[in-house]
Design a protein. Structure first.
Length: 322
């Protein structure tokens, strides 16, 4: 999502409707995951290599055709998008990646890393792609700092595969007067480092000061689960996360007794698979594979499995974020 001084409502997703839509995912156990940076093994997120018999194998770069593997950088602590359950990596992203792998005839291996280091790992060739509920923004496309708009990196291309906004949640029954972003002045908020939630909180804090109010006190963590722990302990007043993640936390943490969502979802924008600028062949192959699984119904099956129908897309786009 693109951070702005004043968060705008995401009309495409009604908060109450989307909470109901995600209820099917609420039966899963919320399993924490440290920054292990290890491959996930033969599990969700990995497809069986089919080689040249796969429909789109010939579209891949020679390096990946030779290895028959696409290495994915991901912060695997963001349920229901990607997380550990019973030692396996599961979630929306791993399931979509596995379906893409079938079309491309390669295995898809998820490597765990901290979110704010994923694009660095992509540029250093540690990963072939980054897929981690990453919002496609112009700043990331162009390698710009979201606040100063100065050039800080090479930028990446995105293949957009889902839509989501940002939500706020508090301790259940103890909102501290927070009913939306405008109520955060003088409050404490926890976010995951390097995310659009962090950018949004910084922009909102600037607005508070311009309006003559106290700024927002912000704590940034490596994972969203750490931010949840901080809220649960009463160290902050609210947490900001992508909507599917917030809804899942509210539904599952403490059997639904820990948290409640406040206010409306804001800044709806696409999630994108990040690909290096110099790897257009892989980018285009992924787009074609995504269009294929949308057409054959595999994409819809994944979306319905996780109860996030409201975020589904109709066709793949490259760099559709703003």
């Amino acid at each position: 999502m693109t951070a702005s001084t004043t968060p705008r409502p995401a009309a495409a997703w009604s908060r109450l409707a989307a909470v109901g839509a995600i209820a099917v995912a609420g039966t899963l156990l919320l399993t924490g995951c440290g920054d292990q940076r290890n491959k996930t093994g033969n599990e969700s997120g990995q497809s069986s290599a089919q080689g040249s018999s796969a429909p789109l194998f010939a579209k891949l770069p020679e390096k990946i055709k030779s290895a028959k593997v696409i290495k994915v950088g991901s912060d695997i602590a963001y349920p229901p998008v990607e997380f550990k359950k019973d030692g396996k990596t599961v979630g929306i992203d791993p399931d979509i990646a596995a379906a893409l792998g079938k079309q491309l005839g390669v295995r898809v291996e998820f490597d765990n890393g901290t979110f704010d280091a994923l694009l660095t790992g992509l540029r250093s060739k540690r990963y072939d792609i980054a897929m981690s509920a990453m919002t496609d923004t112009k700043e990331r496309q162009e390698g710009l700092d979201p606040k100063t708009h100065k050039k800080v990196g090479e930028g990446v291309d995105f293949v957009d595969y889902f839509n989501a906004g940002v939500s706020l949640y508090t301790k259940k029954g103890d909102t501290k007067g927070v009913n939306g972003w405008d109520d955060l002045c003088g409050k404490k908020i926890a976010v995951q480092r390097g995310t659009v939630s962090e950018d949004l909180a910084k922009s909102q804090s600037d607005k508070c000061e311009k309006d003559g109010k106290d700024k927002i006190s912000m704590e940034a963590f490596d994972t969203d689960l750490e931010a949840q722990t901080r809220l649960r302990a009463g160290g902050v007043d609210a947490v900001s996360s992508d909507f599917p993640v917030a809804a899942f936390a509210v539904k599952t943490s403490g059997g639904g007794k820990d948290f409640e969502t406040v206010g409306d979802q804001v800044q709806a924008a696409p999630y994108g698979i990040a690909v290096a600028k110099d790897n257009a062949q892989l980018r285009d192959a992924l787009k074609e594979a995504l269009d294929a699984i949308i057409k054959n119904g595999e994409y819809e099956k994944v979306i319905k499995t996780w109860g996030v129908d409201a975020g589904a897309i109709k066709e793949a786009k490259i760099n559709g974020g703003s």
